[in-house]
Design a protein around this ligand. Structure first.
Ligand code: K7E
Ligand code: CUA
Length: 650
């Protein structure tokens, strides 16, 4: 009970600090005019970096330019998106299929760009869905979601989606431990019975296709964040844990009892070898694997029914626990792969573990007991150093590649710059307010681009004109090219960005697709020439093979549709010029409009419920005669004999 009171007191004081801090910090005054020059990208000029910010509860990924903070695109990933028809068009509905049925939303936290030899290669970006555990792969030539794989035996897929240094694996770690396999059992029998699945998903080096290689069934802790080893520690993966108490109720108190939780160090190379030699246990599972094909412009969903699980105690030398104070959140590895930083969110100090010391302790067999058969190393044996930061509530750390680290502090609302090796604090700057993650382009690779850091703040309050009770979250851009950080700019963000990933613009611009080639379109309902347009009835299903070009639909008059029909509009955009989409909308459409890219085919289903003559039109202002880009569908009573016919220009 004493601890309980103490905690309440600590949180109370912390909360007071948050609110006082915010009131005092709001008058930071004007910045120097050189700050304005540093973020000004003149009309017609382009940004130096891309930044991909997770959308949190928007389920999507947003694309920004740095240093301007201009938003370029919202990429729909886990959420339906009427702007393009994603998750509404027949071709993209399968992308959101899961073992729980169609799930048109998720909570997306951590984007990570693919790497080769520990450096960003700009081919794909991965992102996790927390709520209904999924990992998505977005193609960085099209900026579209190319694949989504569901993660069975997982819950609150949070310590995800981080990749190894040659994109061998993307990991998905469970936040909540659950019964594995899922079953009906009393919640208070959690302790010792629930499991935490850490899933290693292999990535095909050529096509990027994902497949679950194995799931490590760990003790029933909460696995919060993770990062891969790199350089000397390549082959290992590190995960922070909290709730090593295995509490199942009032976690704010009951999961804060232990002075130290763990960072789990996983030698995935060793486990890979074990499973390649026939190790592991196949377990029935049920999960969806959804793949979008760029040539048929169509997604397909396949249900998988088996997963390979590994008991960590069966692979000696593969898994160790590193004691880490105190309910650590972020788990970050420096560019050399030597230091593993645990951000104990209830501690003021940062804990830095040494990879070399960890290996020496393992070789010396110096253990401090075990947890569920997994050896625990001694804190002092693996500790490289502690950063006496003077901040409160450390969450996440990034690196500039010049020997410095930058850590966010949620409670004291600041970014603290410190030096690797000396653990000395060099600089600190306030954030407005309550910062979560931060991002340096390439900051979690062997080669960071240490010019800017973006801080992603949880509370916006007075930074922008008020917009009622709900304010968008706010990011801040700092110049980190000098010894001291310089705050340059605030910009609003969409949803709730947790983490972000960034890269130099030229890594992506030369591969960015401009059109889909019509002669490569293999959609089964595509019309690749306007005279191929037709309307085909099959019972009460009607397929309209329609094409678009500035500024008409072919056909634009259709008769013979009846109430009770299910009408499939398959729209092929015949444009072969960059940035000329056409849209399609029809009155009473129960899904959404479609936005069809040049050379692409998309399908919208329409089930007319009322007799009449109903217009359709193009939703994207595509030419001076865009308003003329329209047509009519005549809908007759269900029992009528109106002849099916279609035309253009008659
Ligand atoms: Cu928001 Cu990485 Cu999900 Cu910390 S997590 S803030
Ligand atoms: Cu096509 Cu407007």
């Amino acid at each position: 009970m004493k601890i309980y009171n103490h905690l309440i007191l600590t949180f109370g004081v912390a909360l007071m600090l948050v609110s006082c801090g915010q009131q005092n910090q709001s008058s930071n005054g004007a910045l120097s005019s050189s700050a304005a020059e540093k973020v000004y990208v003149a009309p017609g000029e382009q940004d130096e970096y891309y930044a991909f910010l997770s959308g949190g509860y928007s389920g999507n990924l947003t694309v920004y330019g740095l240093p301007s903070g201009r938003m370029f695109k919202e990429i729909p990933v886990f959420s339906q998106f009427p702007t393009s028809g994603y998750g509404y068009s027949e071709e993209t509905v399968p992308m959101l299929n899961t073992s729980h049925g169609f799930v048109p939303w998720d909570d997306a936290h951590h984007p990570d760009i693919s790497q080769t030899n520990g450096e960003l290669d700009g081919r794909w970006i991965f992102i996790n869905g927390n709520n209904t555990p999924r990992i998505a792969r977005v193609d960085l030539s099209t900026f579209e979601t190319a694949e989504i794989i569901e993660v069975p035996n997982s819950a609150g897929n949070h310590s995800s989606s981080f990749i190894t240094e040659n994109t061998e694996y993307v990991v998905a770690g469970t936040r909540f431990s659950v019964p594995v396999p899922q079953r009906d059992m009393p919640i208070n029998e959690y302790k010792g019975n629930f499991k935490g699945a850490l899933t290693f998903i292999s990535v095909d080096p050529e096509h990027g296709h994902m497949a679950i290689k194995f799931q490590l069934l760990m003790p029933g802790f909460n696995y919060d964040l993770s990062h891969p080893g790199r350089g000397k520690s390549h082959g290992w993966f590190f995960f922070t844990t909290y709730n090593t108490e295995e509490a199942n109720s009032l976690l704010e108190v009951n999961a804060s009892q232990n002075d130290k939780d763990f960072i789990a160090a996983i030698n995935w190379k060793k486990i890979e070898e074990y499973v390649n030699n026939g190790g592991g246990t196949k377990m029935p599972a049920n999960y969806a694997h959804n793949v979008y094909d760029e040539h048929s412009h169509t997604g397909t969903s396949t249900m998988r029914n088996e997963v390979l699980t590994v008991d960590p105690t069966k692979v000696p030398g593969a898994v160790y626990f590193l004691p880490t104070p105190k309910s650590p959140h972020g788990c970050d590895v420096d560019p050399t792969g030597q230091y593993i930083i645990g951000n104990g969110k209830l501690s003021a100090d940062l804990t830095v573990h040494s990879f070399d010391k960890m290996i020496a302790a393992i070789e010396g067999q110096k253990f401090d007991g075990e947890a569920y058969g997994i050896p625990i190393l001694k804190f002092e044996d693996v500790l490289a150093g502690q950063v006496k930061s003077g901040g409160l509530g450390p969450l996440h750390t990034e690196f500039d590649g010049k020997g410095n680290a930058y850590t966010t502090f949620f409670i004291s609302s600041e970014v603290v710059k410190w030096q690797l090796g000396t653990w000395e604090v060099i600089d600190r700057k306030p954030t407005y307010y309550s910062v979560g993650h931060l991002m340096i382009p390439g900051g979690n690779s062997r080669k960071p681009f240490g010019k800017y850091v973006v801080a992603m703040n949880k509370i916006t309050k007075d930074r922008y004109l008020p917009t009622g009770p709900e304010m968008e979250h706010s990011a801040q851009l700092y110049d980190i090219s000098g010894d001291k950080m310089e705050l340059l700019y605030d910009f609003p963000t969409h949803g709730e960005p947790h983490y972000a990933a960034g890269c130099p613009a030229e890594l992506l611009t030369s591969n960015s697709k401009k059109i889909y080639r019509l002669d490569e379109n293999r959609h089964p309902y595509a019309v690749t020439s306007a005279d191929g347009s037709k309307v085909v009835r099959d019972g009460n299903e009607v397929h309209v093979y329609m094409s678009t070009i500035r500024s008409h639909f072919t056909p634009d008059n259709i008769e013979g549709i009846k109430v009770g029909d299910k009408v499939y509009f398959h729209i092929t955009n015949h444009e072969q010029d960059f940035d000329v989409p056409h849209g399609f909308a029809i009155l009473g459409q129960n899904s959404s409009e479609l936005l069809v890219m040049p050379g692409q085919t998309k399908t919208s289903v329409w089930e007319p419920k009322q007799v009449g003559v109903w217009p359709f039109y193009c939703t994207d202002f595509c030419s001076a005669l865009h308003q003329e880009m329209q047509g009519y569908v005549r809908v007759s009573p269900a029992n009528s004999n109106t002849e099916l016919k279609w035309s253009l220009g008659e």
